[in-house]
Design a protein around this ligand. Structure first.
Ligand code: DC
Length: 205
């Protein structure tokens, strides 16, 4: 069983994907980490994240790099968003994600294009969202030292970049269930996510 979870930054998709993976006893891949590893690799090489060849040269990183806590930083997120618009980068990371999705027993993947490009055949698809204001507040409450206004501006810029690129933009798949977490606690959002997945599984059976 493959479950695809897509959505914008700080929508709660990572938390929901991890909870679904635990509930259904499936392995989970946070695909944003792959783009974060590429973006951070480019920066480490002193190269330009907006240059496609420079970004493509950083795609052959070892899996151990995904454990680097630095990848979770806001700076790594912005670098990831910048390198992720290059078709060569998306192509280089495609097989890795498809192989994870098609492993025996299935998997949960979260990202921006899982339901549309990586696993269009997924058994269940969620598009997790929340208002930009709520997402910025969440980041602020998570202890980021930056002012709320700056966090909000970054989130809006990331949304524009991720939805506006021509290759595999952030978009709700036609057959994905929408889950707006703006006014939900984490527990309520997870319960709703499981209910939406169950509905889709029943329908596809
Ligand atoms: O999910 P995240 O915030 O860690 O993702 C960081 C960036 O990586 C995001 O702004 C866009 C890019 N990304 C992508 O283009 N496709 C994915 N499947 C996952 C992430």
């Amino acid at each position: 069983m493959i479950i695809a979870v897509d959505g914008p930054a700080a929508s709660g998709k990572g938390t929901i994907a991890r909870a679904l993976a635990a509930h259904y006893h499936l392995p989970h891949l946070d695909t944003g980490l792959l783009y974060r590893a590429v973006g951070s690799g480019v920066a480490r090489n002193g190269a330009d994240p907006d240059n496609e060849a420079d970004a493509a040269a950083a795609c052959a990183f070892p899996d151990t790099m995904l454990d680097d806590p630095e990848l979770r930083s806001e700076a790594a997120g912005t670098l990831a968003s910048r390198v992720s618009r290059h078709p060569l980068v998306r192509a280089a990371l495609l097989e890795r994600q498809r192989a994870f999705a098609s492993q025996p027993g299935g998997a949960v993947l979260d990202g921006r294009d899982i339901g549309t490009v990586i696993a269009p055949e997924a058994d269940a698809k969620l598009f997790v969202t929340a208002s930009a204001d709520i997402r910025a507040r969440r980041r602020h409450l998570q202890g980021q030292s930056r002012p709320y206004d700056i966090i909000l501006a970054d989130i809006l810029a990331r949304d524009t970049r991720d939805s506006g690129r021509s290759t595999a933009p952030l978009r709700q798949a036609k057959d994905a269930a929408l889950l707006d977490t703006s006014n939900l606690t984490i527990d309520a959002a997870v319960r709703k996510a499981i209910a939406l997945v169950e509905e889709q599984l029943k329908r596809n059976r």
